[in-house]
Design a protein around this ligand. Structure first.
Ligand SMILES: Nc1ncnc2c1ncn2[C@@H]1O[C@H](COP(=O)(O)OP(=O)(O)OP(=O)(O)O)[C@@H](O)[C@H]1O
Ligand SMILES: O=C(O)c1ccc[n+]([C@@H]2O[C@H](COP(=O)([O-])O)[C@@H](O)[C@H]2O)c1
Length: 194
């Protein structure tokens, strides 16, 4: 069966309500059959030191997606060389799932830096990118926004970030509205980010 799959790559440290709003919006309002939330062990542009272990971040994604039929956690990058260049993952996925049609989903902050990604032109030649609005520093990626393969998603802006949540937990603030209940339970039980 030919399925149209949206790949939502992320560090998910931790997964938050903003991520879920985006993934659910794509599940409900696009032609994607499934959204795979791909947990990235190591973003080539981020330091690895502040990261929870891969399997803890995957567990939180698993808990967050449990009741959403079209959302699937993915650990496909765990077995690939690090840091994780998205082009390598896409090549691997196309080989492993030759009948699937893969698209990318990302927040506007990532589009602004997309010109710095490895083989970004090749990625765009072969994949559509759905961009979710986000307030973020840096110039707008005007040229990319006009690219025929880039589709801006018309959806409300959500100002939640994992960084904000990690800092808030460190300061003993209540962050429960920003996370799925089961994700918060795991963070609390495991004493993460304190
Ligand atoms: N509130 C948001 N609105 C739009 N896109 C978002 C939002 N939060 C995350 N994203 C997108 O989700 C993907 C994964 O993001 P990531 O896991 O880095 O979350 P983050 O909140 O940006 O984390 P951090 O604060 O640690 O950098 C990226 O494409 C990012 O642009
Ligand atoms: O391939 C690249 O050059 C590249 C550069 C920066 C980020 N990425 C990917 O972008 C995804 C989103 O990262 P993040 O940390 O913003 O959640 C993650 O899968 C990274 O590996 C990929």
């Amino acid at each position: 069966m030919n399925r149209k799959v949206g790949l939502f790559f992320g560090t998910f440290n931790p997964i938050h309500t903003g991520h879920l709003i985006i993934a659910n919006h794509m599940a409900e309002y696009s032609d994607l059959d499934e959204i795979w939330l791909v947990v990235t062990p190591h973003n080539p542009h981020k330091k690895k030191s502040s990261l929870l272990d891969n399997h803890h971040r995957l567990e939180m994604v698993y808990r967050a997606c449990e009741t959403y039929e079209k959302l699937k956690p993915s650990n496909i990058e765990f077995g690939l060389p690090q840091p994780n260049y998205t082009i390598n993952t896409l090549v691997h996925l196309r080989e492993r799932f030759p009948t699937n049609h893969f698209c990318l989903i990302m927040g506007e902050d990532n589009l602004k830096n997309f010109h710095k990604w490895k083989n970004n032109e090749v990625i765009l030649e072969e994949h559509e990118i759905y961009v979710y609005p986000r307030i973020a520093p840096g110039k707008k990626a005007l040229e990319l926004e006009e690219h025929p393969k880039v589709h801006k998603v018309d959806a409300p802006v959500v100002e939640i970030s994992s960084t904000f949540i990690r800092n808030a937990i460190k300061e003993s603030k209540n962050v429960r509205p920003l996370l799925s209940a089961k994700v918060w339970e795991y963070i609390d039980e495991m004493n993460f980010y304190r």
